[in-house]
Design a binder for this molecule. Structure first.
Ligand SMILES: Nc1ncnc2c1ncn2[C@@H]1O[C@H](COP(=O)(O)OP(=O)(O)OP(=O)(O)O)[C@@H](O)[C@H]1O
Length: 443
């Protein structure tokens, strides 16, 4: 049983969720406003936060910033409409554990909750992943990427891995470590985006008892934990200026000093960093130290977005189907032509992470051997159609869409915006009507 805080302003939906999760053995607290959620978090311990993205007094990310300021590591799942997927992906960079798109599928919700509860300590983790969980791809762009990785891996050079969210930066970092002379020593990953400003220095360099309020015991930092091996700093652009100074010193002098201590501890660590921001731009604006940037950037690896990886997409689709079959006890062997065309034409703003989530959901919703298009989010179809019509405004599809938009708007006016009636007249279901209204920007 988990103690779950639900923050959702749609009270009918919130109560539905409450009933469903209570039935599944969880203990639920419901709030409708961000302010109330802050109070609840102060008063009570929670194992998980389930949070709507758009709220009356802010957005879900405000809660994420708040719990981070408090130094709490409660897993947080963002519930969002499909149109906000890019924001959801951003929230994962900031430390949310997962996102789920609305309308929420109950089985998917239980699966996401289960995953988040088992991944609770993911901000810092020593990761062991088997080779079979990962694939490299066969496109020209993948070949070039792994050529670069093979070249730089055996050296001790600091590497910056740059790429959009979800492109596999952590995977690339782990590969660099495994192919280095440090492979039999630890690989320690730290998500700097999930660390509060105050905690970052202590997490990296450790502290001694009494160094600050709450430092009840001595604590070893991750630099020491990674000694002899590789330290992977994800979202390095989020480190505060003071921590950047300490990090530079550790790299230049190869010693660290735990907070509150006068002792210098020698360390031998290779640093790999990742960023999806333009770190060079942050440097020009004075947010990121130039000397540190040059120290970290001895070699740069650029990870391509999934939409540029050509035939690799199919390899990844098959790979994620196999993993999901294994994890969910399913036996999906094929994808219908329609579903496959949608998967290949969508532009994947959340890259491999989004693909892996969509495939997991598809497998979950496919009891038989062939996955149909109905197991993919409707909004993916809409996004692909939008892409197509934007690229070719004079085609037949675009013309049909214009007609469709006009007809929907006219019908809605006729029935005084009663959506059930409009859906009936238009001979579509309400969900499709809502999706089309959103797509065409009809209020
Ligand atoms: N080569 C690969 N083969 C199989 N799965 C992969 C591969 N690379 C990444 N993935 C999967 O894609 C997801 C995102 O990967 P990863 O966390 O490495 O991306 P990231 O770029 O570090 O993301 P973020 O910017 O959000 O930190 C993970 O679930 C990971 O397991």
């Amino acid at each position: 049983m988990a103690r779950i805080l639900i923050l959702e302003d749609d009270t009918t939906f919130a109560q539905l969720l409450e009933g469903f999760l209570t039935k599944n053995g969880h203990n639920i607290t419901l709030v409708t406003h961000i302010k109330q959620s802050f109070k609840a978090i102060e008063r009570q311990d929670f194992d998980l936060l389930l949070i709507d993205y758009r709220l009356p007094d802010g957005v879900g990310l405000d809660v994420l910033s708040h719990i981070r300021e408090l130094g709490l590591a409660i897993p947080l799942i963002i519930m969002t409409s499909f149109n906000d997927v890019r924001t959801a992906v951003k929230s994962m960079q900031m430390g949310a554990f997962d996102y789920i798109t609305k309308p929420v599928n109950p089985d998917e919700l239980l699966m996401v909750i289960k995953n988040s509860l088992t991944k609770k300590d993911a901000a810092t983790a020593e990761i062991q992943v088997t080779e079979s969980d990962l694939i490299r791809g066969k496109s020209a762009i993948a070949d070039r990427l792994y050529e670069h990785i093979a070249l730089v891996a055996p050296t001790d050079m600091s590497v910056i891995i740059q790429g959009e969210s979800g492109t596999g930066k952590e995977f690339a970092a782990r590969t660099l470590h495994q192919e280095s002379k440090r492979a039999d020593k630890p690989f320690v990953a730290i998500d700097c985006g999930a660390l509060s400003k105050d905690l970052a220095a202590s997490e990296l360099f450790g502290h001694i008892k009494g160094a600050f309020t709450g430092a009840l015991n001595d604590k070893k930092g991750q630099f020491e934990a990674a000694d002899g091996g590789t330290l992977f700093l994800d979202e390095v652009g989020n480190l505060s200026y003071e921590v950047q100074i300490k990090l530079l010193r550790a790299l230049q002098e190869r010693v660290i000093q735990p907070l509150g201590s006068t002792k210098q501890i020698p360390v031998n660590v290779r640093i790999i960093t990742a960023t999806n921001d333009d770190l060079a731009g942050s440097m020009q604006h004075g947010e990121f130290r130039e000397d540190l940037y040059h120290r970290l950037n001895e070699f740069k690896i650029q990870l391509p977005p999934l939409r540029d990886r050509g035939s690799d997409i199919e390899l990844f689709i098959n790979h994620f189907i196999q993993l999901s079959n294994r994890d969910l006890g399913r036996n999906v062997k094929n994808i219908s032509a329609e579903a496959k065309s949608l998967l290949l034409n969508y532009d994947w703003p959340g890259n491999l992470r989004e693909l892996s989530n969509v495939i997991k959901r598809m497998v979950l919703l496919t009891p038989g051997e062939t996955a149909q298009i109905t197991a993919l989010p409707d909004e993916m179809t809409i996004a692909v159609q939008q892409q197509t019509s934007a690229g070719n405004p004079s085609d037949l599809k675009a013309l049909n869409e214009q007609n469709e938009k006009a007809l929907i708007a006219e019908t809605l006016i006729k029935v005084k915006h009663n959506k059930s009636k409009a859906a009936k007249i238009l001979n579509i279901d309400r969900k499709t009507l809502y999706a089309k209204m959103e797509r065409y920007g009809i209020e």
